[in-house]
Design a binder for this molecule. Structure first.
Ligand code: ASP
Length: 406
């Protein structure tokens, strides 16, 4: 029972190690454990929509004046775009220097039908932000339109007569408090969830682990190197010099959400833990975090942006297609938009690859190449996505004059 007294992130780490060992050496154990993962993911999905909705509405109403909402909103969007572009440029630089795909003849392709079905036009991504029917989008768990509606709803609460405004504000604050409690309850089961999910994934992909040592290794190393640089250099510099906060301390505080992001490969599923850690450990106010984090979990994906760029250029190298500077520029732009449009769920970035590849007429079969190693890259890029959201929350909170704990 001593195990239960350990801090949550230690429990998670232990669960992760045990799951990898079990999945690899005793794959049959996945059959008995995977239900825990499913149940845990259901629990997280259960809280996401009400949590995001109440958190944004209460966040927006607490910002109160339309002017400061505008200012925080502008800072947030600027942070998202700048960090995603920096991530993409890091990837672009590395993939052009390392050239992982040049001279590679992997000679295998996997079916891409699943992925093809999900392709969408860029204009659709923006169109979908405005919900046709808010109840329907909520029921389908589409986060972006819910965020859009919640921001509008919260904003107009601040515009009605005082009598209504006070009632509505305190109702949504209460709603949000309750949702946080429900969320914390679910979060306590994270180690069990991770045990279930990771054991199953490792067991299912154990045979493919061999490939990792093969010719895809350099491609993976390129992505890892870019992600690492962004994690330990770019973002900490922003936190240090723009946010005037301590990035190392902040990183330590984020252990639980980052490990969960790595294990679940889903920014949205991690969101409840991210919010908890950013508010309670790093001391960012709910006013800032409840606005920035749900939005960031869906639209700020630095890791995904970097990955889209590296993967597209890797595919062009493998197929021996020379890309012009203009084409590389198009890749940078579409990688940014693809990362904004990707949902915070596993493999969303892979689905969005179709958008990037089509934009410069690269063969979609290229996705087949990168499919087999996507699991580990997905886990890693999701961690960076979440890390960037939390760095944004701290930086913007500081710039608004808050005294955080980092
Ligand atoms: N899994 C990622 C996330 O949730 C998105 C992606 O596939 O790149 O952040």
């Amino acid at each position: 029972m001593k195990l239960l007294k350990l801090k949550l992130h230690w429990q998670i780490l232990i669960a992760l190690v045990v799951a990898v060992i079990l999945g690899y050496f005793v794959p049959s154990s996945a059959r008995y454990l995977s239900w825990m993962g499913d149940l845990f993911l259901r629990g997280l999905k259960m809280v996401i929509i009400p949590l995001i909705f109440s958190s944004i509405v209460s966040g927006v109403t607490s910002i109160e004046s339309g002017r400061s909402l505008g200012r925080i909103g502008l800072k947030t969007i600027t942070y998202y775009i700048v960090t995603s572009l920096l991530a993409i440029l890091t990837g672009l630089f590395l993939v052009n220097i390392i050239k992982p795909g040049v001279g590679v003849h992997l000679g295998f392709t996997e079916t891409v039908t699943e992925v093809q079905g999900a392709s969408g036009k860029l204009s659709d991504i923006f169109m979908r932000i405005v919900p046709e029917n808010i109840v329907d989008t909520m029921a389908r768990g589409e986060v972006l339109p819910v965020i859009f509606f919640a921001v509008l709803f919260g904003f107009f609460i601040t515009r009605v007569q005082d009598h209504y405004r006070v009632k509505m504000t305190s109702f949504f604050e209460g709603f949000f408090e309750v949702m946080m409690k429900v969320t914390m309850f679910v979060i306590r089961f994270t180690p069990f969830g991770i045990l279930g999910i990771v054991t199953r994934e490792v067991a299912a992909n154990a045979d493919k682990l061999g490939d990792i040592a093969g010719s895809m290794a350099i491609y993976m190393i390129t992505v890892f190197a870019g992600l690492l640089f962004h994690t330990v250099v770019t973002l900490p510099l922003i936190v240090r010099f723009i946010g005037k906060a301590n990035p190392v301390k902040h990183f330590r505080n984020m252990a639980t959400p980052l490990l969960t992001a790595f294990s679940t490969a889903s920014s949205s599923a991690t969101l409840p833990l991210t919010m908890e850690a950013v508010e309670h450990k790093s001391g960012v106010s709910n006013r800032i975090s409840s606005f920035i984090l749900p939005l960031g979990a869906t639209i700020n994906m630095d890791g995904t942006a970097l990955y889209e760029c590296v993967a597209a250029i890797f595919i062009s190298q493998v197929y021996g297609i020379e890309l012009t500077v203009t084409q590389q520029f198009i890749i940078v732009t579409t990688a940014l938009l693809a990362s904004i449009g990707a949902a915070g769920i596993p493999m969303a970035g892979l689905v969005m690859m179709t958008v990037v590849l089509t934009s410069v007429h690269l063969p979609l079969e290229g996705i087949g190449l990168i499919l087999s190693v996507d699991l580990i890259l997905d886990m890693s890029r999701t961690t960076v996505n979440v890390w960037s959201d939390t760095c944004g929350a701290v930086t913007i909170a500081k710039s608004e004059g808050e005294t955080t704990k980092v």
